[in-house]
Design a protein around this ligand. Structure first.
Ligand code: UD1
Length: 363
């Protein structure tokens, strides 16, 4: 049985690997020949950033944990490469499957390809064009050494073709993050804060911020929060705070009584909160895909997106990082004038099955 490595490193990876592992097992039960080894790099390690996702999404315990922990971009990259290379030298696999755009994605792709182990990239080809984001560098480097490109949109296909990737290596399969959302939709359940804060369906805003550009400078974070809160009226704003943001928030005086900072939420509770919200304000990429599928208005506080289909087709709008653009957008949001949106092509819950079909043929 050919064994492939599935790499998981940071929070947004976990919902992308869950359906792939499920599809591999399903294929095995009907005679499929593909096996897998689950490698967690340890980039994210907290219960709330990692293990809770494994438990809720039914992901088996990793076969290997490289336990790299926190560090600068280069430190994390180097540690992951060294430890993954050592694993491959001792016990090679047939293929390295990486997902998304986090540091673990790029680091494992490099280590594998240098040992002539082919690389498959799920969510390949997306580009923001913004080189100041570490994720954009991770995407570009990973795609420059990928053998099998699994894509979520025609935009991604076109980006890859424009960079010289031949058609026969691009597989437009859909979106594994949406596979997970659709699979878990009936299991979403209210977080404790829903009741304790007295939230009502359609009558609160969910806020998430963790990009270095928005949160690393105290002043910027404070001005952004001020702009949101001044225009949220009396609507409660629920803010599950990422560890990076928490460090800055400690220094900011938050005097708004309807801003509710809570710990990062587990998957099923976070998406329940989103599904019942009036709107979401975020600087995440993945969340804009989930709001698109759930039809929830989404305001993105970034100047670019690598997921333009969430804007062209979905409910997302790019507001940018200039806080002056927040008030008019809030006004449209609260007066019910936000666009409705539709579901992008092939975001139908079957992406992982399509990926495994291809891998069964190619590995
Ligand atoms: C990473 C990804 C980003 C993704 C985000 C989701 C990269 C380059 N970025 O950014 O694409 O959207 O994850 O969360 O890979 N920390 C903890 N506990 C943890 C993990 C991290 O406290 O379990 C702390 C770290 O010490 C660090 C901060 O959170 O100070 C940021 O973590 P890091 O993994 O460097 O990047 P993220 O900002 O989370």
């Amino acid at each position: 049985m050919p064994i492939i490595d599935i790499i998981a490193g940071a929070r947004p990876n976990f919902m992308k690997i869950a359906p792939i592992i499920r599809a591999i097992k399903q294929s095995q039960s009907s005679g499929g020949k593909l096996g897998h080894r689950l490698v967690h790099t340890g980039q994210h390690y907290d219960e709330r950033m990692s293990s809770s996702f494994f438990k809720q999404l039914g992901i088996p315990d990793p076969d290997i944990n490289l336990e790299v922990g926190s560090g600068t971009q280069a430190e994390q990259t180097a540690k992951i490469m060294m430890r993954y290379e050592a694993l491959l030298l001792e016990n090679p696999s047939k293929l390295c499957l990486v997902v998304g755009d986090v540091t673990s994605t790029m680091a494992c792709a490099i280590a594998a390809q240098k040992l002539c182990i082919p690389v498959a990239h799920v969510e390949a080809g997306i580009r923001s064009g913004d080189w100041s984001m570490p994720e954009e560098i991770n995407r570009m480097v990973t795609d420059s050494i990928t053998n099998y490109f699994f894509t979520t949109s025609q935009y991604a296909n076109n980006n890859l073709k424009a960079s010289g990737v031949s058609d026969d290596r691009i597989f437009f399969v859909g979106n594994t993050m949406i596979d997970t959302l659709l699979h878990e939709m009936d299991r979403l359940s209210a977080p404790d804060c829903f009741e304790s804060l007295g939230l009502e369906n359609g009558n609160y805003i969910v806020l998430t911020l963790h990009r270095p550009a928005n949160v690393d400078a105290e002043q910027d974070l404070s001005v952004t929060l001020e702009a949101i809160m001044q225009h949220a009226g009396s609507l409660p704003v629920v803010f599950p705070v990422h560890p990076r943001t928490a460090k800055q928030l400690e220094h900011i005086h938050t005097a708004w009584d309807h801003l509710h900072c809570v710990e990062p939420l587990p998957y099923l509770q976070f998406n329940y909160l989103v599904k019942h919200a009036k709107a979401v304000i975020t600087d995440s990429g993945g969340i804009t895909e989930e709001t698109t599928v759930m039809g929830i208005p989404c305001m993105t506080l970034r100047d670019s997106t690598e997921r333009p289909e969430t804007v062209d087709v979905g409910t997302n709008e790019l507001i940018g990082t200039n806080p002056e653009r927040i008030p008019p957008a809030m006004e449209r949001l609260l007066s019910g004038q936000w666009k409705k949106g539709a579901i992008p092509e092939k975001w139908d819950g079957k992406a992982a099955e399509r990926i495994v079909e291809v891998l069964e043929r190619c590995v």
